[in-house]
Design a protein around this ligand. Structure first.
Ligand code: C2E
Ligand code: MG
Ligand code: MG
Length: 737
């Protein structure tokens, strides 16, 4: 076994021997390169030097093995390290990296493929790497690689000569920590900016934190609150027991929620919705209380407003049906107890629908507001005025109510409504009709009192409007019948349970049926309502005339097209049109598309309007007529002479035809007045260049007179009643006398 030498000892020994040798060789005529084995053996006869060499070599091998082990050990540590390590050469080529670095920065690449390549070519985060390398002073730097937050440290390694040899970079993943920081930041932002006030106390109920909303709500700054107790905010409005219960609930369930009033720094009271919760640590020990408070002042205001709206009419701000019924019920209870009388006045504006239809709803609304004001000025303070909806108002008279008092008030109202209302610069005349019902005679409960006052109001309307009427039992029956008729009519419109009859319009000069008027019939009409003169006004009042009229137009045009296909060619079919139909914005479009759908030219249709429709909205008529006239549709004025139309308008509007009303024809030739009127209308039509048709001719004498006066077209029972379609077909093809 060779003696154990330390490396240093071995080197010293070898150095000494070599020196000896060189000294010896210096004395020899020999140069070291000539020193062969033989010479060596000669010089080192006992092999001291060779032996030492061997020993040293053995030792070095052993050390190499140890070094290899140590390197493997370091490599293993390097690769299992919880941080990524990258080693770059001086010229920024990748020399080495550990497993995590591969995974984070060069996913999918083998280390062998990376070695020696410039870092900025292979790394997807080359810029960050470069920045880091430039800094490379061992100080930590935060960088974000993709989803990862990394803390990076780069160190430059210098060689023995002090030259920059390598850069070693070490990255540790601090994403989790960063996330916590971010969350904390988020929570503190929430805490600061949330609309709810958040007040935190310690277990001893001393305030330790308060957010800005608390300051906004209470007026106290954070510094003024910290260290104080929340009781500094007490309003004094709650009994002590309130707080006792609050604490009991909190202690019991760890939670309290409720509404309470606090007092602000400047002494105002604020209503709050507040939640208080306990906070406990892991061991269950109480550490804090958190109170979250919402200022509900505006909510309270909204609630009050909603309450008002629920019981008042938004337009006039008068009590609504709900509140009225409530008051009426209470009034009845009191009256029952005291043996007193109550009066209910049910009020409906006359012709209000006309105003709405012709001037538009905004004007209608303004008029209602004005009407409400006028009514308010007429009633006593103790009376209740309410708006039930639409143009219906109702008045409850409680104190000193009697038939006489109610009638006096009704009189006063009717008289007051005779004066026009000034709305938007317009003077509008609108009357009102009133029905009166008294407790207890006319009804013992709120519902029947209202219903009966309503029925009486209808009676007042039927009796010619602008008046009042006291309820009576027969009235109720009439009202009932009316309601039933309305329901039946509605159903008939829905199921299109109507038919059309056609009355021939005859040209006396060529003895021919040149046209016909379509007149609606209701086969299933309730007793007493079969005549359109009866149900059309009701349909107009309920606006059912709109769908009904549309059906009539369509059915009449369909019939005309069918006759034409069967060989009967009439000049036109004449269809009656009501105001509400005309007022639909798309009325002319509807007419035109119906004509198109039956491939009929406009000339084959005549629409009949009364003078009153014309005068209700002359601008609207002018506009609609213009559209219809472009398509050739004829326009006739029905029942001419019974309304009020201005001759000036007659000239301006594109009118084709006047129809002399039956009432002027009836007493011809006996009544000189009617004769004069009929003759004048005929002359007028000639002057204006209009066609004229006399309606309701029943006798040859009437016809003779009218023919003499220059009227050549007639319509009436003398020739034919309104006929079913087939009968008209036959009639129109037969020769006339
Ligand atoms: P109107 O447009 O003036 O129609 C003429 C009315 O006089 C028809 O009554 C017709 O049957 C009747 N009549 C015709 N010739 C004579 C006669 O010689 N003697 C008598 N006593 N009466 C005659 P009808 O069919 O009862 O219609 C009444 C009113 O109902 C019509 O008056 C019209 O204003 C309305 N009406 C009828 N159908 C419709 C419709 O489809 N739409 C609209 N909006 N109104 C219609
Ligand atoms: Mg007519
Ligand atoms: Mg007529």
């Amino acid at each position: 076994m060779a003696p154990q030498l330390s490396r240093q000892e071995a080197l010293n020994y070898i150095r000494a021997k070599v020196d000896q040798l060189l000294t010896v060789m210096g004395t020899l005529p020999l140069r070291p390169e000539e020193l062969d084995d033989e010479t060596l053996v000669a010089l080192d006869p006992i092999g001291i030097i060779a032996d030492s060499f061997r020993q040293v070599l053995n030792h070095l091998e052993e050390m190499n093995a140890q070094l290899a082990l140590a390197t493997a050990e370091i490599r293993a540590i390097f690769d299992t390290l919880g941080a990524a390590v990258i080693v770059l050469s001086a010229d920024d080529r990748l020399e080495d990296c550990n497993r995590l670095a591969l995974e984070w920065f060069f996913p999918g690449l083998e280390k062998s493929a990376l070695a020696g390549r410039p870092a900025n070519e292979i790394c997807p985060h080359a810029e960050e790497l470069a920045a880091l390398r430039r800094q490379a002073d061992g100080s930590a730097m935060l960088v974000r690689f993709g989803e990862r937050d990394l803390q990076a440290v780069a160190t430059r390694i210098r060689d023995a000569a002090g030259q920059h040899a390598k850069t070693v970079m070490l990255f540790s993943d601090i994403t989790a920590q960063k996330n916590i920081e971010r969350h904390l930041e988020l929570y503190s932002q929430v805490f600061r900016h949330i609309g709810e006030g958040i007040l935190i106390t310690d277990a001893d109920t001393r305030i330790v934190e308060a957010n800005e909303a608390v300051t906004r709500i209470t007026g106290y700054r954070r510094e003024e609150l910290i260290g104080q107790r929340p009781s500094m905010l007490k309003s004094g409005l709650h009994e002590d027991s309130f707080y006792v219960e609050l604490w009991a609930k909190l202690a019991g369930s760890g939670y309290w929620q409720g509404e309470l009033f606090d007092r602000t720094r400047d002494g105002r009271i604020v209503p709050l919705l507040e939640t208080i919760s306990e906070v406990r640590d892991e061991s269950g020990k109480l550490t804090h209380y958190i109170a979250v408070m919402t200022d509900i002042s505006s909510l309270k205001e909204t609630q009050t407003r909603l309450d008002f709206l629920a019981h008042h009419d938004a337009l006039t701000e008068l009590p609504n049906r709900l509140l009225f019924n409530d008051r009426l019920r209470h009034a009845i209870e009191r009256a029952k107890r005291d043996g007193a009388t109550i009066a209910v006045l049910f009020l409906d504006l006359d012709r209000f629908k006309n105003i709405n239809d012709t001037l538009g709803h905004p004007i209608g609304d303004l008029l209602l507001i004005e009407a409400a004001k006028r009514l308010k000025g007429l009633i006593r303070r103790a009376d209740t005025l309410a708006r039930l909806g639409g143009d219906e108002f109702v008045i409850l008279m409680e104190n000193a109510a009697s038939q006489l008092a109610a009638a006096r008030l009704a009189d006063k109202i009717v008289a007051a409504f005779k004066a026009p209302f000034l709305v938007n610069g317009l003077h509008l005349h609108i009357g009102c009709s009133i029905g009166i019902a008294l407790y207890p005679e006319d009804g013992e409960d709120a519902m029947s009192l209202l219903k009966n006052a309503d029925a009486a109001m209808y009676r007042a309307k039927e009796a010619g409007r602008e008046g009042y009427y006291r309820y009576s039992a027969e009235l109720s029956k009439a009202m009932q019948a009316r309601l039933e008729l309305d329901a039946a009519l509605r159903e008939a419109v829905r199921t299109e349970a109507f038919t059309l009859h056609y009355q021939p319009i005859i040209d006396l000069e060529c003895h021919r049926t040149i046209a016909c008027e379509a007149l609606v019939r209701w086969p299933g009409a309730p007793q007493g309502a079969t005549s359109p003169a009866h149900f059309i006004p009701l349909a107009e009042e309920t606006r059912l005339i709109v769908p009904l009229g549309q059906w009539v137009l369509k059915a009449a045009l369909a019939q005309l097209a069918a006759w034409q296909a069967a060989g009967l060619v009439l000049d036109y079919v004449s269809v009656n049109v009501s105001a509400a139909q005309l007022a639909q914005p798309d009325f002319s479009d509807q007419v035109i598309s119906l004509l198109d759908s039956f491939a009929l030219p406009g000339q084959r249709l005549q629409i009949e309007l009364t003078e009153n429709v014309l005068m209700a909205d002359i601008d609207l008529c002018a506009w609609v007529f213009e559209r219809l006239r472009e398509r050739g549709v004829r326009i006739a004025i029905d029942d001419f002479g019974t309304g009020y139309s201005s001759l000036a308008y007659l000239k301006q509007l594109p009118i084709d035809n006047l129809k002399i009303d039956r009432s002027f024809v009836r007493d011809i030739p006996a009544d000189a007045n009617d004769c004069a009127i009929a003759a004048a209308i005929i002359a007028l039509s000639h002057t204006l260049g209009l066609d004229v048709i006399a309606e309701g001719i029943e006798t040859p004498a009437q016809q003779d007179f009218l023919t003499q006066a220059g009227c050549r077209k007639v319509q009436g029972y003398l020739h034919a009643q309104p006929l079913p379609a087939e009968a008209l077909f036959a009639f129109a093809q037969s020769a006339l006398p």
